[in-house]
Ligand binder design. Sequence first.
Ligand code: DLL
Length: 439
Amino acid sequence: MSVLSTSRAHAPAPAELDPEERMSRDELEALQLRRLQATVRLAYAKVPLYTSKFDEAGVHPDDLRSLEDLQKFPFTTKEDLRLSYPFGMFAVPRAEVARIHASSGTTGLPTVVGYTQNDLDNWATLIARSLRASGVRPGQMVHNAYGYGLFTGGLGAHAGIERLGCTVVPMSGGNTPKQVQLIRDFRPDAIMATPSYLLTIIDAIAASGEDPRLSSLAVGILGAEPWTNEMRDTIERSLGIDAVDIYGLSEVMGPGVGNECIESKDGPHIWEDHFLPEIIDSETGASLADGTQGELVFTTLTKEALPVIRYRTHDISSLLPGSARPNMRRMSRIAGRNDDMIILRGVNLFPSQIEEIALAIEGLSPHFSLELTTAGRMDSLTVHIESREGLSAAEGQAAADRLVREVKSRIGSSVAVELAQPGSLPRSEGKLKRLHDNR
Ligand code: DLL
């Protein structure tokens, strides 16, 4: 939080919470089991892919007598959704689907998801809950810079901002000069954006001659891409806000599967009345105990149009005990996606580890990208990073050398660092692609 001001956003009083946030763990687990049984029955009865998957695995919805029994059921993957393109995994007739979203697949077909009116209603409730956890209150104004359209970020957040009783500014992503103008003139209390795009906006505010720390913004609800506590510090200091983490994915719902609480900022609380999380070993599929790092898997508990059973997210995290909401577990900040993991001469590394180290070095900016190349038969990783404004060449080189040394000592990998001029690397307008594989 900014050194200029004390936190302007605050935690909700118990009376402001949803009843589910106040349930005992036992009550919550009883609710989860009832909803899980109904979801598994719905999927088996209405979605041919689940019927055949369950039959092949020799499991039936009647086998689900406890939450642990879910482990007997097969996983669902992005490939399953692709094979069912476009509407094959819907559990309700198309006419009952009130809205469709899609994520642009990196290869070929988009992944299509659908929502009934009840699904949209639950989604709005969970975004409203997430905003409240972030310190936003009814009557405040929220600038929504998540992209509108097929991406779930913009419209998903939009409905929840309205649901909480806030004024929504449906700005969408991009058109940075307009973002700066509206933030200055409308004076919103909160902003929703990817952390990398918020950095772009902060730079643009500064370039317009204003001090970003004097903006009206008190809180940022940031997600849709991995970011670290070091990035949180950078954003909080340069904009004078509290920054909290919002997590979600289209296949499971969209933004608002989990959200950090402003009073603890210790990883998103998973809204467990609607989603059942698990952590598995990516290689073997075995369930891992809470506290152990592995791949996040989600089962939806209330989704009607697109129930998903044990969906493999590819996101690497761990499950932690509840804190600000004692009955709901948290997830540790996403370390990265297992498909974004770099294996450099036998050492595993995530782009977020480089972010963590680089942002702690004075003289380096938060703008960087990673490039993988092959030299001979060896892979090598180059960090392209901008130095801070006003640094001499010698100071810049010292900062770059320090990054090389710290990556070597903390991760064990040798990387090359290429210093770039301030403002020269491409800026994010949404989800930033950090890793460029040029092998
Ligand atoms: O990015 C939904 C969303 C929108 C979340 C706005 C938060 C805010 P997809 O496009 O389907 O949906 O991408 C989902 O993004 O599996 C993670 O890899 C990544 N991701 C989302 N939130 C976070 C986060 C939206 N807080 C994929 N931290 C997920 C790290 C995140 N990664």
